[in-house]
Write a new protein. Structure first.
Length: 556
């Protein structure tokens, strides 16, 4: 936003016959809209067309051979089985253990082996499971499994659909953020061709659903930003045109339905993984800071107090209670099943239950306290995992997670030579992630030096899902968590490409060289897609070809 006040603009439009007329109000409103950045030079329908095309591209990269590998992959061992348990029982049930003794140091794969072989009911009935992630992501996986739980394609169907919807949503978000349908299309394409996102879209883990709800919430807050600024421009213009004095705190902006929808989406994010709480806090701060900037831009004298008095409280009420209700509703299956884990805790422990809560909510609260204690105590660094990764390495894909690997020793054949490999590695597209890392620095500088709200929004969206992990470096954490902030990394990259392309008012020669530079980045990203696609989708290739794609020892 501009650092200058618009008081002069308002003073020029003050009383007079012209300013008092409807036309005078319209003229002031139009100038305020331009100052607030809510004038869209391109038709909205074109952005929807581009979003549809990018969604088609994303689908062509995610749906073919979605059922490959035809077995549980990585943490699907938890979430796919739990999703099917929720279909059967409404909540998570513990799986059967191997009736034979399992050698020390080996995992009990009995339930997995049965599930992969088509025996899906692998649950120890009457023995509910204690799980530490909320239920919504598993309900979303279950939505696809209901169509045909015997087919691995449908195990992953919801993840693929959500992955495509993310690409389409990012097109619209980038178009709104940068005012360019071209840059919106570039954003969608870069997300569509990224391997980290492709792997998550083809695997039923919770993180792709978390990323989806975070992006949708950001889209609604962007919509609220433009709508509220339209309202602000109209109300201020009416005051100015009538000759009345502008309230020192500015007008109240009224009903803001997009904020409610953002609160619902952030509640859904929290109901998928608790890390959505950090995003709820960050986005709540972001939206009221946008309001403060809008009030300042139109010349409200006490713009910051105006934000505190007329925006912040309403933003809190529109987002936090809605998110809380959404979160609690996601536990409906747990509430309705009397045998779900800890469901009867308050009844069985009345002396320990919180007296002002109904028994069901008191039991849910105790469940959450237990889950929180579990999260605090598990997976410290001395319990190392071969693919654990410090968050410092996430942006550059220093240690991508191997979701699946089968080699010659596992009997993989069909590549035309003796040594064949089939792998799913969540390594990101190097152009997207390495270029995006550089672009984050560009955005931070643009935000700090030029107060460019677009760069700041992209950086804050990334930081909300990324920086909290630096507080948990004593735990085993993984690079695949980074998909939650990947759309904002892409927005940073597209912002930098927009700078490279240059403004529309630049000389033809400047635009030509900018287009060559920006276009080269996009072409390189597509080339990386072609090269890495086999190790993102479990294609059978020669071991030599697989090693050719493992550029660093830490990728193996």
């Amino acid at each position: 936003m501009s650092s200058t006040s618009s008081g002069g603009l308002l003073e020029r439009a003050r009383p007079g016959a012209a300013a008092s007329s409807r036309g005078g109000a319209d003229a002031v409103r139009q100038r305020l809209r331009e100052r607030l950045g809510v004038v869209h030079p391109e038709p909205a329908w074109w952005a929807w067309v581009v979003a549809g095309v990018m969604g088609l591209v994303a689908g062509l990269l995610r749906f073919p051979a979605l059922g490959r590998p035809a077995s549980l992959v990585f943490d699907e061992t938890y979430y796919v089985k739990q999703a099917y348990s929720m279909i059967l029982f409404g909540h998570e049930m513990r799986v059967l253990s191997d009736p034979e003794p399992v050698p020390e140091g080996e995992d009990d794969t009995y339930a997995n082996d049965l599930f992969n072989a088509g025996t899906l009911d692998v649950f120890d009935r009457g023995n509910p499971d204690f799980v530490v992630h909320p239920p919504l992501g598993k309900w979303m996986i279950a939505a696809g499994m209901r169509l045909d739980p015997d087919d691995t394609f449908f195990w992953r169907l919801s993840a693929a659909v959500v992955g495509v919807l993310m690409v389409m949503t990012l097109v619209l978000v980038a178009r709104a953020l940068f005012g360019s349908t071209l840059l919106g299309g570039v954003a969608g394409l870069l997300l569509a061709v990224d391997g980290h996102h492709i792997v998550h879209s083809r695997t039923s883990l919770l993180d792709i659903f978390l990323a989806f709800w975070v992006l949708v919430a950001f889209a609604f807050l962007l919509a609220d930003r433009f709508r509220s600024r339209e309202v602000l421009a109209r109300k201020v213009a009416e005051v100015v045109a009538s000759g009345r004095r502008l309230d020192p705190y500015g007008p109240w902006l009224g009903w803001r339905p997009f904020r409610l929808l953002a609160g619902l989406s952030l509640g859904a994010a929290c109901a998928t993984k608790w890390s959505g709480l950090y995003v709820l806090a960050a986005f709540g701060i972001l939206t009221v800071l946008w309001d403060a900037g809008a009030r300042r831009a139109v010349g409200v004298p006490r713009w910051f107090r105006g934000m505190l008095l007329r925006d912040s409280w309403f933003a809190f009420l529109a987002m936090v209670p809605v998110a809380l209700v959404t979160y609690v509703v996601s536990w409906t299956g747990w509430f309705l099943a009397p045998d779900s884990y800890d469901r009867q805790w308050a009844v069985e422990n009345p002396d320990q239950a919180t007296p002002w809560l109904p028994p069901a909510l008191a039991s849910l609260w105790h469940y959450h306290v237990s889950a929180y204690d579990f999260h605090r105590s598990i997976n410290v660094v001395d319990n190392t995992h071969p693919y654990m990764a410090n968050p410092w390495s996430w942006l550059v894909m220093g240690r991508p997670t191997s979701f699946y690997y089968q080699g010659q020793d596992d009997g993989v054949t069909g590549c035309g030579v003796d040594a064949c490999t089939q792998a799913v590695t969540s390594v990101g597209n190097p152009v997207v992630w390495w270029g995006g890392t550089i672009a984050v620095v560009v955005c931070v500088v643009a935000w700090a030096l030029h107060r460019d709200w677009r760069a700041g929004a992209a950086v804050l969206g990334l930081a909300a899902s990324y920086l909290p992990w630096f507080a948990f470096q004593d735990r085993t954490i993984f690079t695949f968590y980074a998909v939650a902030f990947e759309p904002f990394l892409v927005l940073c990259l597209v912002y930098a490409l927009g700078l490279l392309l240059g403004p529309a008012t630049a000389s033809p020669e400047r635009r030509l060289w900018g287009a060559v530079g920006a276009g080269s980045v996009v072409v390189a990203a597509v080339a990386c897609l072609v090269f890495f696609y086999p190790v993102w989708t479990a294609e059978v290739i020669t071991t030599a070809e697989w090693r050719l794609r493992m550029w660093w020892p830490s990728w193996v």
